[in-house]
Design a protein around this ligand. Structure first.
Ligand SMILES: [Zn+2]
Length: 429
């Protein structure tokens, strides 16, 4: 995770004998997006006198070490003994000083408070993973270990028609865990993200029943994707239910194959109709396999802060691109302040700046609009960049392909969501 440089403040206070017996608060303000916090107090008193020490966040006492220690470190995943790990919410925090036994003469104390903030960044993850809670081979903890080793930041546990994987205790992990469930019907599969137990009865009788259940999971704050919508390798797994414009589409499921290309082709026709459908990916890993692996493909999401809520909300805004694995390539694509998923208004004569890294010479990059391929180039280095002027495009998205000699086939290694453009003629959905 990318963090800002450390920000330090000091608070000084004179402690007087007459304050003995109170728990004094030294307030300080923590900004948004804080990743970790360190508080340090150097004792300026000696036994038998005692000052106790603790920290309160805006809503509760976050930890207390009494007279045992005078420093603590708190982050989302870990904390000093006696302190609770978890989000470091913005607002008024306090150093707590328990003035238990004070010397007769007054003395000064000084507390040093240091924090680092998350930078806006790309986080990468796998949005489609099975465990022993359905037909996967590994426990949740084994799965998390494997996902972390694949170089990912987040994972959604999407077992078939069950929530028990979300409710089982996980050992501490640096991964951001997205609650998930693969709603598995005999007429298509959909992932439900963000709510630990979104659908107590997942059976679907007919179209009306499907619409009702979809509305109920959305009302709880879930996000929904349709999975492998054109996969006909088994009966009933391609998508036959309806689709609303809020639904994400898994255009890249596991290893690249014709059903993924069919999903991309269908997605392109929807984009041409002005529908801003968000494209995502998932490996659909179940267990040991020569072809299917965690993070293949990888979904990259641009977030202000790396947590479940920010990831889901950023995906819903289309701030997403997909690569063959967690290594890359990496894409930077913007039009002024707008990035993939955004709509640029008054876009005539604006310029899209594209930079790709971790590519190879002979990789092929394509810019695609509603007219199809607008521009194609062979990459000649490990990085590549372009400034591209917008005329009447409804959207521009990027695909990068690599030729596989052994398969004699151009394989996608990156697919981005589009930047959308609104022209004066007004074709915005
Ligand atoms: Zn499925």
């Amino acid at each position: 995770m990318q963090l800002s440089s450390a920000h330090t403040i000091m608070i000084s206070r004179k402690i007087r004998r007459q304050d003995q017996g109170i728990i004094m608060e030294l307030p300080f303000t923590l900004p948004d997006h804080v990743a970790d916090l360190t508080v340090d107090l150097k004792p300026t008193w000696s036994p038998p006198y005692v000052v106790d020490f603790g920290v309160a966040d805006p809503s509760r006492i976050r930890g207390w070490s009494g007279g045992a220690r005078y420093n603590c470190h708190i982050s989302r995943f870990q904390a000093t003994h006696g302190y609770l790990p978890g989000p470091l919410n913005k607002g008024i925090w306090s150093i707590l000083l328990g003035l238990y036994r004070l010397p007769p003469e007054s003395f000064d104390i000084e507390v040093t408070i240091t924090w680092r903030q998350f930078c806006p960044q790309w986080v990468k993850g796998d949005l489609h993973v099975h465990t022993l809670h359905s037909d996967g081979s590994w426990t949740v903890d084994e799965t998390l270990d494997r996902v972390a080793k694949a170089g990912l930041d987040f994972v959604a546990l999407t077992d078939h028609n069950t929530s028990s994987q979300n409710l089982s205790a996980h050992k501490p992990s640096s991964l951001i865990i997205v609650p998930g469930m693969e709603w598995t019907t005999y007429h298509g599969h959909a992932n439900i993200f963000g709510v630990p137990d979104p659908l107590p009865d997942w059976r679907v009788a007919n179209n009306d029943d499907f619409d009702e259940k979809l509305a109920s999971v959305r009302a709880q704050g879930s996000y929904v994707s349709i999975n492998h919508p054109f996969d006909t390798s088994q009966p009933g797994i391609s998508w036959e239910w309806g689709l609303d414009r809020k639904t994400w589409v898994e255009i890249w499921n596991g290893p690249w194959r014709p059903s993924n290309q069919a999903a991309v082709d269908w997605w392109q026709t929807q984009l041409c109709k002005g529908r801003h459908l968000v494209a995502i990916s998932g490996s659909d890993t179940h267990g040991p396999s020569t072809l299917v692996h965690h993070g293949q493909p990888t979904t990259w999401v641009w977030v202000p802060t790396p947590d479940t809520g920010s990831i889901l909300s950023a995906i819903n805004d289309g701030h997403v691109f997909i690569t063959q694995d967690s290594y890359g390539p990496e894409l930077s694509m913007h039009c002024g302040p707008y990035i993939v998923g955004d709509t640029v208004t008054e876009s005539k004569n604006s310029t899209v700046e594209i930079q790709v890294q971790k590519v190879l010479p002979q990789d092929r990059i394509r810019l695609i609009s509603q007219r199809g391929v607008e521009m194609e180039a062979m990459i000649d280095d490990s990085t590549w960049q372009l400034r591209y002027s917008i005329a009447d495009q409804m959207f521009i998205r990027v695909e990068i392909h690599r030729y596989r000699q052994d398969w004699e086939f151009w394989l996608p290694i990156l697919i981005s969501n589009p930047i959308y453009f609104t022209q004066e003629t007004g074709d915005e959905s």
